[in-house]
Write a protein that binds this ligand. Structure first.
Ligand code: NAI
Ligand code: COI
Ligand code: MG
Length: 359
């Protein structure tokens, strides 16, 4: 039995809807395992700009730093997406949060579910057996480099920079993950063109001898984007820089059947943040139709992150069961289509029932 403080940053669009389902499931875990989770809600993204003018208010950062974990929904609003001149944007809040909390590694597992394999737009034999994890660098590269325009405003630049230290610290985590999985690490880069990618290769090559049990290969990102669809089961751990990881993990979600299925853990310093890989899906906001499973599976990663592995597995078992019973939202089955809140209720029930059954 433990007491944990969790910062809850629901954000924008579908963020509050999917986070509410994650909380139901965490509450079910607390009930059956006898834990106490204290939640503190805080503003981030467009809702924070509306309320304070700042996408990451100081108070939000303080709440996160004082917590054992951060549970994050999504940020982003069309009014900013459609305004290229907006000076303050919701996304700045998320980037600043990752940087301020030192979350340099974003871990994105891509797991396929047998019951969903026939729903993939790819051929079943390609998808079956795919099981990979993307280690995406999260606080460096082009998203954090200097950016700007010339005086006339008709030329723009975004600088991409990486240091040896930034590469080493995430590569170490990726090598260790490979050691505990199928012992293969693929560095995805663009070393035929980019100097930063050449540094990534140099550093990873230098580290490889310390992990003799791990087979390392190197793949250009354009080829990797194709191979992920053509032959996904060849991948075990993919290590890559910030922007490439952002892009190829959205692509990899197609293997599983929906963007609404991929969770992630952002880790590095003391407090971890747990967030679905998808965005605020504004077209679905307020309709109770979004798939909450990516967020619920992020809650499972949160439980792992605070040392509650049995509890994390109980949540994953509930998700597996709901999927195998086709208790899913419309992105996975237009006819069976359960509401986001119904799936959350059911997952919470399953957590309670399964755990009680196993005692
Ligand atoms: N981590 C974050 O908070 C992120 C925020 N964004 C922001 O979100 C806003 C929308 O961006 P988009 O490019 O449309 O990406 P998005 O991830 O919000 O949605 C893309 C598509 O994925 C599907 N999808 C996403 N989440 C789903 C869910 N839970 N259930 C079922 N289907 C789902 C939908 O088909 C949707 O049209 C933008 O403002 C963007 O900046 C985008 C990505 C990540
Ligand atoms: C603000 C963006 C970098 C968010 C995003 O697309 C992501 O982290 O996956
Ligand atoms: Mg993304």
């Amino acid at each position: 039995m433990a007491t944990k403080n969790i910062a809850v940053l629901a954000g924008d669009g579908i963020g509050p809807e999917v986070v509410a389902q994650g909380i139901k499931v965490l509450d079910a875990v607390a009930e059956v395992f006898g834990h106490t989770f204290n939640y503190t809600e805080a503003l981030v993204g467009a809702v924070a700009i509306d309320a304070t003018g700042n996408p990451l208010p100081e108070e939000t950062l303080e709440v996160c730093k004082a917590s054992d974990a951060v549970f994050f929904g999504a940020i982003g609003h069309p009014k900013y997406d459609n305004d290229p001149n907006a000076k303050v944007r919701p996304e700045q809040g998320l980037l600043a949060l990752r940087k301020s909390l030192g979350l340099f590694a974003n871990i994105r597992p891509v797991t396929t579910f047998e019951a969903l394999i026939h729903k993939s737009p790819l051929k079943e034999e390609k998808v079956r057996g795919a099981d990979l994890v993307v280690y995406r660098e999260l606080t460096g590269g082009i998203y954090f480099g200097e950016k700007g325009r010339n005086e006339k405003g008709d030329e723009a630049y975004d600088n991409c920079a990486y240091s040896t230290g930034e590469i080493e610290r995430i590569a170490k985590l990726a090598f260790e993950a490979a050691q505990n999985r199928r012992k293969k690490l693929t560095l995805v880069d663009k070393a035929n063109v980019l100097e930063t990618s050449r540094l990534w290769r140099e550093v990873v090559r230098g580290m490889a001898s310390s992990y003799p049990d791990v087979e390392v290969d190197y793949m250009f990102v354009d080829n990797a984007a194709m191979q992920l669809i053509q032959w996904p089961s060849q991948f075990d751990v993919i290590l890559t820089e910030n922007m490439f990881g952002d892009i190829i993990s959205d692509e990899a979600s197609v293997l599983t059947g929906s963007m609404g299925l991929l969770p992630s853990a952002s880790i590095g310093a003391k407090v971890g943040m747990y967030e679905p890989i998808h965005g605020s899906y504004p077209q679905a906001a307020g309709q109770d139709i979004a798939n909450p499973m990516a967020t619920v599976l992020s809650a499972a990663m949160l439980l792992d992150g605070i040392g509650m592995y049995t509890e994390g597995n109980a949540v994953r078992t509930a998700v597996d069961k709901a999927i195998s019973e086709n208790y899913v939202t419309e992105d996975l089955d237009k006819e069976a289509a359960k509401k986001c809140s119904e799936v959350g209720d059911y997952l919470a029930e399953l957590v309670k029932a399964n755990v009680q059954e196993s005692i």
